[in-house]
Design a protein around this ligand. Sequence first.
Ligand code: CP
Length: 403
Amino acid sequence: MALEGRDLVSIFDLSDREIEAVFSLADEMSQHTRGRLHVANGRIMSTLFYEPSTRTRLSFEAAMLRLGGDVLSVADMGATSVAKGETIADTVRIVESYADVIVIRHPLEGSALVAADYASIPVINAGDGPHEHPTQTLLDLYTIRREKGKLRDVSVALVGDLRHGRTVHSLAFGLARFGAKVTCVGPPGLEMPPHLLARLEKEFGCVPAQFHSLSDIVTNAEMVKRRPGRQRALAAEVVSLFDAIYVTRVQKERFDSTQAYDAARNSYAITEELIKRALPDTLIMHPLPRVDELAYDVDRDPRAAYFRQAAYGVPVRMALVSMLLGLRSTKVGRARKGEYRPKSRHEVDFRKYADLLCPNARCVTNHESYLSPRFNFTDYAPGMVACAYCDHEVAAPKGMTSG
Ligand code: CP
């Protein structure tokens, strides 16, 4: 399936082959991150950011400008008619007549899907609340591929606020699809949500080892090395540490109270002292911005990859935008046997139930009154259905059957 004209709402919208095709083109685009190609002459990108951003908005805009296109940017949605109550659906139906592609960031989960449903031009999700951030996942995977020379079967520790961090939610699935061994290191209360763990296991056979702190793993690994007879099972998980340690900040804006945030902050930190004990070629990655969880003295270590990671955002987004706008005809091979293949949204048999509401208070369906909740059956949660917008689960109504 060609990428031209498609949306990127979720990392599940791309097949593995399509991800690899984006990366091949990104390799080529890396030669053109200065100056200007003229492949997007006359094309316009609109960036609608309802939440703050440095990297994502500016790197999308840099990508479009480097391709030779133009940008219509809204960095402060409060200065638009959103302040008068305009909905996502109406906003994107206006913007589609001014632009050729929309990049949207919004605090509500499922908001990018709403934009994609209502706009007739490609929509790219630049982060929908704590739900997903698929283009960050593309550049994260690209970083690993570039710096480790491979994408398949890597071992990655996801460290930090795994409950609220949208980057790690998308990345866990991106990694699992390429056969990665994933380790989750979330402080108590900030662990990876159970419904994501269930989906990782059922759909991709990925069962992350779980720890509450990175020093727990490092300490255990050292103990195991000194006393090889002990904790063999744990050793199997930790001795092969790690092609990359991917750190995220505590997501202050997702907490219900300052007290809850204060209790969580400072519950982990990556320091120079700690990474001395990791492998000599382990990448230290972070989507940025950082707060307290990543010491500045780590920056001088050659394993600190996070500024290079942010820089890869430009060629990766140049490649993605080129493909969605059909500026480049790029060959994408057929899915290999057993490989993940996305369904188009028209193939999905969504169920609507007038009385069934999404239980997630941050789901867009609980905020934009023109939307009807929609649900999918899942393979990973028997007896439950998942909200088509935010993936949160709810018990299937009595008598509801799939198919
Ligand atoms: N990594 C990332 O999404 O950064 P911004 O919030 O600055 O866009």
